[in-house]
Design a protein. Structure first.
Length: 367
């Protein structure tokens, strides 16, 4: 195929941070958004709830990069009684600005919200509610230990005796069938006892306690790019490209939620493999180029064909750029593509497998 239809998106951002996944304390940024970042933003704009295949090319530039101090709030996935800040949430499944600060721990360790040790209480009614739930949990655990567990232990022994008796007399005999009825009835009774207790603890302890959470506060640095300009090419099924065009005004941010975009252009263009001369990147842009394609000669480094050879002339930074992902053990595992971030890439008439956007004069490398 010598001609391919794609979407070309040109945008600006006053600021942006395309976070590297492996950085935590010092949140570093990629110089251009990862393919997965672009694909995620387009999926969100179109309202997709499952993956639609897209191939992406991205190039651009930024004016400067700064390290900014920021405060990170994290809602732990478990409740701590002795540290950080105890909060109450209307919606127990999400942290929102509507949470209530119940109490703060004043020391790094040795505090207790339940016992009132070295804490600063913000809402007396909520701290009392928290303590009452904890007290009720202790009562139910005592009930479980003293009432439920002994009955279950007795039933285990009785069940063993009944199974042996059934085996001795034969399951299909009259006595065996009667013993089987006793076994089934006993099993149902004990299971109901456990289920009723579980439902009681869920209702009286676990559900009300789920509205309480531990909020931690930490300081980190975030690398932020200023005055970003991007040119993105997207290849996908015709229906998907039409969806993107239809939802172009729903594409509002790229990177963080606060990294708003100014959409300058989105249009259908044609790419060609018929390249008649040498072309280089425009406007001082840099781009991600699949490293394998440089090796294979589809793309080369500017002037390297004329000078000392491609292998010795490669200039840029090699990144492992994420694209799509699979869920493994409930975690996202991204497919990584080795890409050279470079401003010196070029194509010419020998670049038989390269793509060129003749309408805009852009080199394109779809991944």
């Amino acid at each position: 195929m010598r001609i391919m239809k794609v979407l070309r998106i040109k945008l600006r951002q006053s600021q942006a941070s395309y976070a590297k996944e492996e950085t935590v304390k010092n949140r570093m940024t990629y110089p251009l958004p990862a393919y997965s970042t672009i694909i995620g933003a387009l999926h969100a704009a179109c309202g997709y709830d499952h993956y639609h295949q897209m191939n992406i090319s991205v190039q651009g530039k930024f004016e400067s990069m700064q390290r900014k101090l920021q405060i990170n709030y994290t809602l732990l996935n478990h409740l701590e009684d002795d540290r950080s800040t105890l909060i109450w949430l209307e919606n127990s499944n999400a942290l929102s600005n509507g949470y209530i600060e119940v109490a703060k721990a004043l020391k790094k360790q040795g505090n207790s919200f339940r016992k009132g040790i070295t804490i600063q209480v913000g809402r007396e009614d909520k701290i009392q509610e928290y303590r009452a739930i904890k007290d009720r949990d202790d009562q139910l655990k005592k009930m479980e230990k003293e009432e439920i567990c002994p009955i279950e232990d007795l039933w285990k022994a009785e069940k063993k005796r009944l199974k042996q008796a059934i085996k001795d007399v034969g399951k299909k005999t009259e006595e065996g069938m009667e013993l089987t009825k006793q076994l089934d009835a006993g099993e149902e009774r004990v299971k109901k006892l456990r289920a009723d207790f579980k439902e009681k603890r869920e209702r009286e302890v676990l559900e009300p306690l789920s509205h309480f959470g531990t909020l931690t506060k930490g300081v980190s640095y975030q690398e932020v790019l200023s005055d970003v300009k991007l040119v993105i090419h997207v290849h996908a099924d015709e229906e998907v490209m039409q969806d993107i065009l239809k939802h172009k005004f729903d594409l509002v941010a790229l990177g963080r939620s606060e990294d708003f975009i100014e959409l300058e252009e989105i249009k259908e263009v044609e790419l060609t493999r018929d390249i008649d001369q040498e072309y280089t990147l425009q406007n001082g842009y840099s781009m991600y180029v699949n490293y394998e394609r440089i090796d294979e000669g589809a793309y080369f480094i500017k002037d390297s064909r004329k000078k000392m050879g491609r292998e010795l002339s490669i200039q840029g930074t090699l990144y492992e750029i994420s694209k799509n992902y699979e869920i493994q053990d409930k975690k996202r595992v991204f497919q990584k593509i080795s890409c050279l971030y470079t401003s010196t890439v070029a194509i010419d008439s020998d670049s038989t497998d390269a793509w060129f956007d003749r309408d805009g004069g852009y080199i394109v490398d779809l991944n």
